[in-house]
Design a protein around this ligand. Structure first.
Ligand code: KG4
Ligand code: ZN
Length: 364
């Protein structure tokens, strides 16, 4: 059972092929990715229309590259999985349109995949795959959630952000420091030169007793701190960017302080979720899961608590086609993908809570 997967929900075009034969964990046969980061950098963020147009340019050459890697013809594909949502509507439509066209031409089913389910299951492609059940910390640019995962399609939300996502907090703080998009990796790099104890930023909802997050206040705290430092400099704040008057060390210290605040909240809440559920496994997925400090501190906390922690391979933390092919394959194996009923509709769901996954008739 060979599944071709197509990811086009935001600013990465990803295509991959997995072998989901039998009941074992699907095996990755090939994957290719084109990141649009350079294209969007000039605008300081993703421009949806440019994203859609670029997905159109990339998706078929990437598909050819994946099939060449796997040394297989297109006709060997048994089903085509695509990201159905959530994401940018126009960008999603590209992947959906191509998946439906390929499926129709081949006479094969298509499988609409929830983007977050892709992230959630992505550690199954790692050298150290998890087993069900586990707690999942899903931290991406648009989502911060803690979930109990009992099997494919069996996801219980334990807590989530009530405002900004963790990735958004990284990105917005980075912007305030004048760092290029996407801010998360840039801020993490700068933080290596900084001291996290110089400026202390709030840890919202740390002691709220529930498993929810709130990161919106952080950007206000960063803005206030950057303004204060800028005004204190002789050249004052009248420079092209608010953070320009800051010294390199001040910027690095702010970056380190912000990262420490976000990571502490994510680690404490994840460990609380593990305690509450009594589960002994934690899976971390989504772009922020690539953060080295988060990995270090979660690793230490889990080791102390006797909890196994699993991550996707570093290059599969951010958006990619492999996780979509994998999720399509695992859904098919679990009998949850009835692709033949799909009718090749371009039915994307730009807003699609993971909790509604089971409610949406026939992803598929
Ligand atoms: O999962 P992802 O690729 O896309 C979404 O589905 O949103 O996550 C992207 C997010 C961005 O906010 C980016 O800044 C953040 O993940 N990110 C990081 C790191 N790498 C990516 N944040 C902190 N540290 C990193 N190393
Ligand atoms: Zn993502």
């Amino acid at each position: 059972m060979l599944i071709l997967g197509i990811e086009s929900s935001c600013d990465e075009t990803g295509v991959a092929l997995v072998d989901a034969s039998g009941t074992g964990t699907p095996r990755l046969l090939g994957h290719a990715l084109h990141s649009q980061i350079e294209m969007h950098q000039a605008y300081g963020g993703v421009v949806p229309e440019l994203a859609s147009r670029d997905h159109i340019r990339r998706v078929l050459p990437l598909t050819d590259a994946v099939l060449a890697q796997a040394a297989l013809p297109l006709s060997a594909v048994d089903a085509v999985a695509y990201t159905r949502g959530p994401g940018l509507a126009g960008a999603l439509l590209v992947g959906s349109g191509v998946a439906c066209a390929l499926g129709f031409a081949l006479g094969k089913p298509v499988i609409g995949v929830h983007h977050l389910e892709g992230h959630l299951l992505s550690p199954f492609l790692s050298a150290d795959p998890p087993t069900f059940p586990f707690v999942a910390l899903l931290v991406s640019g648009g989502h911060s959630q803690l979930m109990r995962v009992d099997g494919v399609g069996r996801y219980d939300l334990l807590g989530e952000t009530i405002d900004d996502a963790a990735g958004e907090a990284f990105d917005k703080s980075a912007k305030l420091l004048g760092l290029p998009y996407p801010g998360g990796p840039a801020l993490a790099r700068l933080a290596q030169q900084g001291d996290p104890l110089v400026y202390r930023f709030p840890r919202p909802l740390l002691h709220s007793g529930d498993l929810d997050f709130s990161f919106a206040g952080l950007k206000t705290a960063v803005l206030t701190q950057v303004k204060r430092l800028a005004h204190a400099r002789p050249e004052g704040p009248a420079t092209p960017h608010l953070a320009d008057p800051l010294t390199a060390q001040q910027k690095a210290d702010v970056a380190a302080g912000v990262q420490a605040a976000i990571v502490e909240v994510l680690v404490k809440k994840s460990m609380a979720a593990v305690r509450r559920t009594g589960l002994r496994r934690l899976v971390v997925a989504g772009g922020v899961g690539a953060n080295a400090l988060l990995r270090e501190q979660l690793g230490a906390a889990c080791a102390q608590a006797g909890v196994r922690v699993h991550y996707p391979e570093l290059h599969l933390c951010t958006d990619n086609g492999a996780m979509i092919a994998l999720a399509g394959g695992m859904r098919a194996q679990a009998g949850l993908a009835r692709g033949e009923d799909h009718g090749y509709r371009f039915d994307v769901l730009p807003r699609w809570p993971l909790a509604d996954l089971a409610l949406v008739a026939d992803t598929v």
